[in-house]
Design a binder for this molecule. Structure first.
Ligand code: APR
Length: 361
């Protein structure tokens, strides 16, 4: 909604009852109420939040589309292809009257419009093509993710950066190294997607509503990920009590190759609806200061016995990014699987270091 003078009105669910302003309320102006004016009235007249999405391809376009319908932040779409982010943004502006949102979407091929973003989502990169080696993919996407991070962060030094480009955990390292931001504000999107896939497969297997299924997936984003069935439940009941062990195993394996299954079916690209919505769930957690507990790829510094690697673990996600890394008790077998997954991330990081060294020598 807009005020009479054209300014955007800002509504936040928590504003309708008084409480001490947290960081998000302070930034939204709750603590700037004039005498006689309620904090809610003061906050309403403040500009909208801004989310920049870099890479306006299938995933980036889907993030922009789903974020637009949220109607709480404006969106800047950036791509190197001229006209494409502008065209997608205009198309999505024209959905506004149909779905009733006032989100302003702006397409760009440079970074001026991205200044003062609250969240930056990085989806730019190329997909692995037939015949392309892992190192070729790594080299190309390292270059792209490093370059876009260096261009976007100076204008948005307070942003939370969400990395989506693959190979995910390795690209988190690249973004972190180039951003110069604290580890709380560089976060990889993988666990939310992998858990959503796990939840969908559990619901399909048991013929129950996905609403009643919660699931947890740890580890790197790849076939070494660790679906945690012991912590995955239907209305609180662990799935290990509802399904025979071999069905649980089969669902875990299908989850771990969930991305590849879709690539095999699509043939010309990879998944984008569920990845896009997974990003939006994380943006919601940050911009609505929700304190969601979600599995995300974060830089571990000793947690789970892992040091200096981005690996997926449950975190509390709120206004400033990662508020807490939640350490759950793992069995020896689960810890071994997590270590194995972290080992796969380590080998990618080492491969990137070797590529960098070769390029410099
Ligand atoms: N700056 C900005 N945009 C770039 C750059 C760059 N330097 N390099 C590439 N891009 C853009 C491409 O022009 C393309 O529009 O990134 C976009 C990537 O979109 P798609 O090829 O459609 O790929 P998508 O399916 O969206 O996947 C993006 O997310 O899930 C991961 O594995 C996936 O790494 C991939 C990423």
């Amino acid at each position: 909604m807009r005020a009479g003078d054209g300014r955007h009105l800002y509504y936040h669910p928590v504003t309708w009852w008084p409480r001490t302003p947290g960081p998000i309320e302070r930034r939204a102006g709750f603590d700037r109420a004039a005498p006689g004016e309620s904090r809610t009235m003061a906050a309403r007249a403040v500009a909208r939040r801004k989310v920049t999405v870099i890479g306006a391809g299938m995933v980036g376009g889907t993030v922009a589309q789903m974020l637009a319908t949220r109607d709480y932040a404006d969106v800047v779409l950036v791509d190197i292809v001229e006209g494409m982010p502008q065209g997608k943004s205009l198309d999505l502006m024209q959905v506004g009257p149909l779905l009733g949102y006032d989100t302003t979407l702006t397409g760009a091929n440079s970074y001026e419009e991205t200044a003062r973003s609250d969240v930056v989502v990085i989806t730019s990169g190329i997909a692995r093509k037939p015949g392309m080696s892992r190192d070729d993919l790594l080299r190309t996407n390292m270059g792209i993710v490093g370059s876009v991070t260096k261009q976007v962060v100076p204008g948005s030094p307070d942003a939370v950066v969400i990395v989506v480009s693959n190979p995910l955990d390795a690209m988190c390292h690249v973004a972190f190294d180039n951003a110069g931001l604290p580890r709380e504000r560089v976060i990889g999107m993988a666990g939310v997607l992998d858990s959503a896939r796990f939840r969908a497969f559990i619901a399909m297997e048991l013929n129950v509503s996905v609403e009643d299924v919660s699931a947890m997936v740890l580890g790197g984003h790849g076939d070494t990920m660790v679906p945690l069935s012991r912590y995955s439940t239907v209305a609180g009941i662990p799935i290990t009590e509802l399904l025979p062990a071999e069905r649980v195993k089969a669902i875990e394996q299908r989850t771990a190759s969930g991305g590849a299954e879709i690539v095999g079916l699509l043939k010309t690209g990879s998944a984008y609806y569920a990845p896009g919505m997974s990003v939006v769930e994380m943006v919601d957690a940050v911009l609505l200061d929700k304190h969601r507990v979600l599995p995300c790829s974060v830089l571990l510094q000793g947690e789970y016995g892992i040091d200096g690697l981005f690996v997926g673990v449950p975190v509390k996600l709120a206004a400033g990014g990662v508020e807490e890394i939640i350490q759950i008790k793992l069995t020896d077998e689960e810890q071994a699987a997590l270590n194995n997954s972290a080992g796969a991330v380590r080998s990618l990081v080492e491969a990137m270091a070797a590529l960098k060294e070769n390029a410099e020598s």
